[in-house]
Ligand binder design. Sequence first.
Ligand code: PNS
Length: 161
Amino acid sequence: MPTVAVYPGSFDPLTNGHVDIITRGARLFDHIVIAILVNADKAPLFSVTERVEIVRTVFKDLPNLDVDTFDGLLVDYVERRKAQVIVRGLRAVSDFEYEFQMALMNQRLNGKIETVFMMPAEQYTYTSSRLIKEVFSLGGRVHGLVPNMVEARLREKLTNR
Ligand code: PNS
């Protein structure tokens, strides 16, 4: 049976840290679903439609990947997709507590689903969507930390503010 993994998150916006995890995950699993949470944040910078479009465009050449949205419990979505694995990225020790809680809660909710943690390349260990938005909105350089398409969209949003 093919191993299907779900990589869930807000992806507001997609960073090169996410891109790195997705690329590694697509090598490891037969199929990987990028699942964007709807309503994670009441005031996201990028709409869900924009976030889906960005992931689709960045990974247009990866055949074993698809992009979807979900709401409700993650484990229910994973089961609906007939997936066996949840992929999460671990950057630093500070991520661990939150990720550990989520993984154990998900394990309690559905013991058949495994959470697999993957580490991004070292240069992305301090990259987060929240920091990218903050740095960019204050005029800082985020080049190399997000896909070019995200950088361009951030610039558009800033000029149209
Ligand atoms: O990238 P994020 O924003 O840290 O992702 C968090 C996400 C989407 C993985 C988490 O909020 C989630 O799974 N939400 C769905 C609701 C749910 O199942 N909550 C219980 C998790 S133990």
